[in-house]
Ligand binder design. Structure first.
Ligand code: NAG
Ligand code: NAG
Ligand code: NAG
Ligand code: NAG
Length: 683
């Protein structure tokens, strides 16, 4: 794998321009600090100076930045109007590029150019980096016409650490040999007390950190005092706030300023935004901490290391972005690469790597962002799974472990059903009791078996083998459930529950049948060959029946429901048979039909009941189309991402005629855009 990547890297950088992301692409919202479901700050406007930055929920989490050029202040981050005095005029933004791990803004002034970069080390093959709850903010200042005096400023409002502005915040500062930090968090500190979808985290502490330097100063002050002081004098207020106060009472900020003096040559400097959440997940009473706590005793230690490793880590991210964008472009073209780059941090930023000290394993959690806020929803893990299958299938296993653990009664909360659970609680609190499930029996059971089989095929090692043996009897119960209710799933909810009930759903049935075949593969993996052939035969028999039940009377396509002759639906569930190397169904189901007669401006509707579709499923179907067909899918996906409702992180549920959001935002399911990548990688 490494060798292939290096070869691509070389091919790409001898000057083939198609390795570039598309210039001028305007994301609906731009990732700035996008680290996990809690620490998630986005720029809602294309120009960084047009609006306050927000959490994925839409709540303001203001970050404000000012640069003084020869004593004249300009803002580079944040709008003119604030709760206090107006901010200075904006510096002109000339470019914005969203790479997988980095967002790069360029600003121009007659005397200098300024680049501001937000980089988050979400690298899936390096758990140490993946788990660091940090975003580097890098500044590159380049004088244009001789010496220029430069001072830089950034602040973050205390609301970053609260759910609402009535909450009272406290502050502190820390200084070591290598770094200085200003820190803010609530007084109340209700650590993992409550799960909630639309809430901001109101425990733990936000840190704004800079390398120690005589050019750097920091303060905790009221927003207006801090910004006015810097804008007018280039200096921070001399006194830091001491007394805790409500956020709305003057909007206390943590701020950092740099006095670079008179610059003759380019200068690079950086700060780090980070969040110490103390405890990340409550798993049925067991408190799970972020994975990084295994390596660092305190966040301050992690920050010192991150300051020391700055150049190494940044170089790694830059190289990753270049190699990966080249890979995306090679597989799917520049429209595909541009959308996948935007999806990268959204997908991984909806997940959280923790350390389970009981079984000494990393576990990976996910939040069903903006639709209930459920923890580890199986039918959200599943659409997102291609990104993990492509980069690191072991991470997908670590995402499935909390679910099998709960389903196998390893927690106090007993799980009574013969089918797989839907979710574990409301993120970050996993404490569900059996009556509180949102049952989707065939959906989740088949999802689990398919994903487990994919992991077994792609990440086989002693641990995978041991775990597969450990949960074998659970998988058997699940497979028998599928056998008992198929090939007609009757009246059941499937993942597209927002469209209402859909009995005799043929797409759901196909999933279940592939689930049975996936179980047969797991059996084969454990050398249970008679079990494998028995279940394989059942799956094959059902798939033959399915073709009779699901095919439309004129034979042109397959139906939404067995009992609705005039219906159709996106058969995205066929995708996983390609992942698993199973051939029960036509491997390119209905795609000609979609392109010929169900092809709206921004894609194919989910089914005949409405004009909306799901972006994740759309890319799943695209992944199993021919290269020529894929170009059409990718172009429409790109057009959709540029035209959809602005100001909120990319939606996955939108209208195919207008691209407008129907619901859902910022969800990790955009990991499904990687469906084609997952098929491109051979194991
Ligand atoms: C962003 O700012 C630039 C320069 O100030 C301006 O030309 C451009 O129209 C703005 N773009 C948007 C989308 O507002
Ligand atoms: C878990 O416990 C419940 C309730 O006691 C029981 O119905 C169920 O069969 C158990 N599940 C497993 C996999 O042992
Ligand atoms: C896929 O399955 C076919 C037939 O079952 C087999 O010949 C082939 O080697 C498999 N490919 C991979 C990549 O496992
Ligand atoms: C989809 O949109 C078209 C054009 O606006 C409209 O005629 C049609 O009724 C819509 N279909 C559904 C299922 O809402």
């Amino acid at each position: 794998m490494k060798q292939i990547l290096i070869a691509l890297f070389v091919i790409c950088f001898v000057g083939i321009s198609q390795c570039d992301l598309i210039k001028g692409f305007k994301p609906p919202a731009t990732p700035l600090f996008v680290v996990d479901p809690q620490f998630s700050v986005w720029a809602p406007s294309h120009n960084l100076t047009d609006a306050f930055t927000t959490h994925w929920t839409g709540a303001t989490k203001a970050v404000v930045g000012v640069i003084r050029i020869d004593d004249k202040p300009y803002r580079y981050l944040g709008p003119q109007k604030t709760a206090g005095s107006d901010l200075p005029e904006p510096i002109k933004q000339t470019d914005l590029i969203v790479f997988p791990t980095r967002t790069v803004y360029t600003f121009e002034h007659e005397k200098l150019s300024l680049e501001v970069q937000f980089s988050t080390p979400l690298l899936t093959d390096d758990y140490d980096l993946l788990s660091r709850p940090i975003t580097y903010i890098t500044y590159k200042v380049k004088p244009k016409n001789g010496p220029v005096k430069v001072q830089l400023y950034i602040d973050v409002v205390g609301e970053i650490a609260t759910d609402n502005n009535e909450e009272v915040v406290q502050y502190s500062s820390k200084s070591t040999d290598v770094s200085t930090s200003v820190i803010i968090g609530t007084v109340s500190q209700p650590v993992v007390k409550k799960g909630c979808d639309g809430c901001g985290i109101n425990w733990g502490y936000f840190y704004l950190t800079a390398p120690k330097s005589s050019q750097t100063t920091q303060v905790i002050a009221l927003a207006d005092d801090s910004r006015t002081s810097f804008s007018t004098t280039g200096r921070l207020p001399s006194q830091s706030l001491v007394e805790s106060r409500k956020v709305r009472d003057g909007y206390p900020v943590v701020a950092t300023a740099w006095d670079l003096g008179v610059l003759n040559s380019p200068k690079e400097l950086f700060a780090i935004a980070s969040y110490d959440d103390i405890v990340s997940i409550d798993f049925f009473g067991q408190h799970l901490k972020a994975y990084w706590t295994q390596k660092f005793a305190t966040l301050q230690d992690l920050l010192d290391d991150s300051v020391k490793q700055y150049s190494v880590i940044l170089e790694k991210l830059k190289e990753f972005d270049e190699v990966h964008v080249a890979d995306l472009t090679r597989v799917g073209g520049d429209t595909y690469a541009t959308v996948a780059s935007l999806a990268y941090r959204q997908a991984l930023g909806g997940m959280k790597l923790v350390w389970n000290d009981k079984n000494k394993m990393p576990w990976y959690f996910l939040k069903e962002i903006s639709s209930d806020g459920d923890a580890s929803t199986v039918d959200v893990i599943y659409p997102a799974s291609p990104i993990l299958l492509f980069f690191n299938p072991k991470l997908l296993l670590q995402q499935l472990l909390p679910i099998v653990s709960y389903a196998a009664n390893e927690t106090w909360s007993k799980y009574p059903h013969a089918f797989a659970p839907h979710h574990l609680g409301i993120y970050p609190v996993c404490n569900i009791v059996s009556g509180a499930q949102e049952d989707m029996p065939v959906e989740e059971t088949a999802n689990m078996l398919q994903m487990w089989s994919a992991v077994v095929q792609r990440a086989d090692d002693a641990e995978v083998r041991k775990l597969t043996q450990q949960y074998w009897s659970l998988f058997t119960v699940w497979a028998d459930y599928l056998v008992s209710v198929l090939p007609d799933p009757g009246e059941q909810l499937c993942t597209d529950d927002f469209t209402g009930p859909s009995p005799h759903n043929s797409n759901l049935a196909a999933k279940g049948i592939i689930g049975i075949a996936a179980y047969a593969q797991i059996a084969a993996y454990l050398q249970k060959s008679s079990v494998a052939s028995k279940y394989h035969d059942v799956a094959r028999g059902y798939s033959v029946k399915w073709i009779g039940l699901a095919t439309a009377p004129d034979g042109s396509h397959t139906k939404l429901q067995y009992d609705k002759p005039d219906s159709f639906s996106l058969k995205y569930n066929i995708y996983y048979q390609n992942v698993l190397n199973i051939t029960l169904f036509d491997p390119k189901p209905d795609i000609k039909y979609y392109l010929a007669s169900k092809n709206n401006k921004y894609g194919t509707p989910l089914d005949n009941r409405a004009n909306f579709t799901k972006l994740d499923w759309y890319y799943w179907v695209a992944a199993i189309s021919t290269p020529d067909q894929f170009k059409i899918f990718a172009q429409k996906g790109y057009d959709m991402a540029g035209a959809t409702t602005r100001g909120i992180p990319l939606t996955d549920w939108y209208e195919t005629d207008t691209a407008a959001i129907k619901g859902f935002r910022a969800r990790p399911v955009v990991g499904g855009i990687y469906a084609k990548m997952a098929l491109s990688r051979k194991f």
